[in-house]
Ligand binder design. Sequence first.
Ligand code: NAD
Length: 642
Amino acid sequence: MIHSMEAGEKPMVAAIEGVALGGGLELALGCHYRVANTKARLGLPEVTLGLLPAAGGTQRLPRLIGIPAALELITTGRHVSAQEALQLGMVDQVTEGNAVQAAMELALSVIGHPLNPCRLSLRAPVWAPDVDGVCDAALAQVKQRSRGVMAPVACVQAVRAAAMLPYGKGMERERQLMDTLFRSGQAQAMQYAFFAQRNAGKWILPNRAQWNNTKAREVQRAGVIGLGTMGQGIAVSLVKAGISVVAIETDTKQLEWGKKAVTAMLQRDAQRRGVSPPLHLLTFTLSFHQLRDVDLVIEAVFEDMNLKKRVFSDLCKVLRVNALICTNTSGLNVDELAAVTDRQPLVVGMHFFAPAHVMKLLEVVYGSRSSPEAVATAMALGKRIGKVCVTVGNCSGFVGNRMLKLYLDQSVYLLEEGATPEQVDQALEEFGFAMGIFKVGDLSGLDVGWRVRKASGLIGPDVDPVKPSRWRLGRRYCPLPDMLCQQGRFGQKTGRGWYLYDSPGSKEAKSDPEIQNFLEDYRRKYGIIPRRITSQEVIERCAFILANEGFRILEDGIAAGPEHIDVIYLFGYGWPRHRGGPMFYASQVGLSVVLEKLEHYHRVHPDVPSLEPSRLLRRLVAEGSPPIQQWKSHIKNLRSHL
Ligand code: NAD
């Protein structure tokens, strides 16, 4: 149809009023002229869904705006404003008024003009001596930016065809590449991720209160308690969204430190955007009394239940009776915290991820007494500050960290059994994670988990310091991370962790022969005979343990559906988008395969109870492995709080 429009003798002018994305822009490219309203946005976002613009977009756009600009737009899927489109030559005219009116005027003004120059398909290939180099550079860039993702590579190949081949041949190439992408699991995964993200905000509580029947409260003023790593990022996010913030610390030194960091982050951001930093919205203070007018407080003090309880009850003395109290705890019991307040329905978890002003994910944790209005308010606030929000139930670690713990366990068991941190990380990076799990550990600090394990009683005075037990609380335990911390190897911050760094704080991870020796000594000490561990085993044990726990989370009613778990992993834990998420990945691999593998690994490692296949997984397989969209109905039959 687009081709016949372009080939027709009647001049065609596209009037672009709102968005012309994907097929919309391809249709406009088949017209002879294009007029856009100033508010219009244009782009070819197919790559973000694992596809390419296959209605001639990869062949016409380069002929209109040149290879480098087309490559950039098609491989990133970036949307451009009408003004930028005009500068790039994508549109002929931009109007502040009615685009249809302006298009009619343009049509009248070009009566009698020859149409051939306006038919993009008739233009010669846009080859130039440097095109090969430009395409090669783009290819290298997309391969580095999106490791293992097929669509951006196919986009470069299609645009290269526009440079080298006549239009008809280029279209054939576009079609072939599209066929390959269309059949790939990657496109399915990315489309699933797109819809999962859109649905994540549609929350539902056990009492049936949900996103479309509950009104959120307006939040104009917020308090942030604790200006450490998380509090700083949270304050920045709130202020950037126009919310005034009262930030509280324990002493002047900490307060000054936090103030400096928050101010610097806001200044950098404002400078980048060419605006002035909204510093007037910030109040830094040591006094809780300054919180008396706020609508909501987010607590981000140390992960210590008693401290948090003290803070919560102190807050109740100064806050307005209807102010919400939210906690950024990584996994403590929200009900236990709510119980010390005079307002249990107004207490929810708002679990941000570090760095909080950058990471997109927000888990909104509802306790057994949290009111729908409080959940709606936290969700609306999260959305306002640009987060992808998912509601989760209250259990240790909620959804993300509950699953992460088991994934971390598997990764260190693999080291005990014969793998190296490099091998595990390489397998995970080839799978698509931006960073392997050991590099991530070094980045976030190995001492953090060490402190949590100490607080939870896993490490205590009864543990033999020379040959610590590999069996704790009735299951397999790997003391390797603790032994590393005992040596002061906390990761990047100390210049040594699972890897070696040039100096404390430096980021480039290098293999450390000391770690290889350390692992060999360890295995010798415990009589473990190392074996060769394949990348396949690394992926199976890490990915399937995540999915298995995800099934348990669904059984427990902690997440409302598998797509919510996947969104949490995509936006909070670096799960590669072209793999959909751990639950989608399990469905794609095949539930019976996942079950079989888990049974196998559990047989080999009976001391790891989390490897035992979950009841829900067994049941889904017994019922013929229904598609992921139907899992929810099977969960309801099983047992559900939803
Ligand atoms: P942090 O140690 O960097 O900062 C905590 C801050 O709280 C410190 O500056 C401390 O002075 C301040 N503080 C302590 N008691 C206080 C009080 N009574 N009043 C006011 N301020 C007080 O810790 P963090 O990493 O920012 O973690 C804070 C919370 O966020 C914890 O519950 C943690 O589990 C959670 N969390 C952390 C991360 C992470 O990656 N760091 C991610 C998600 C959630």
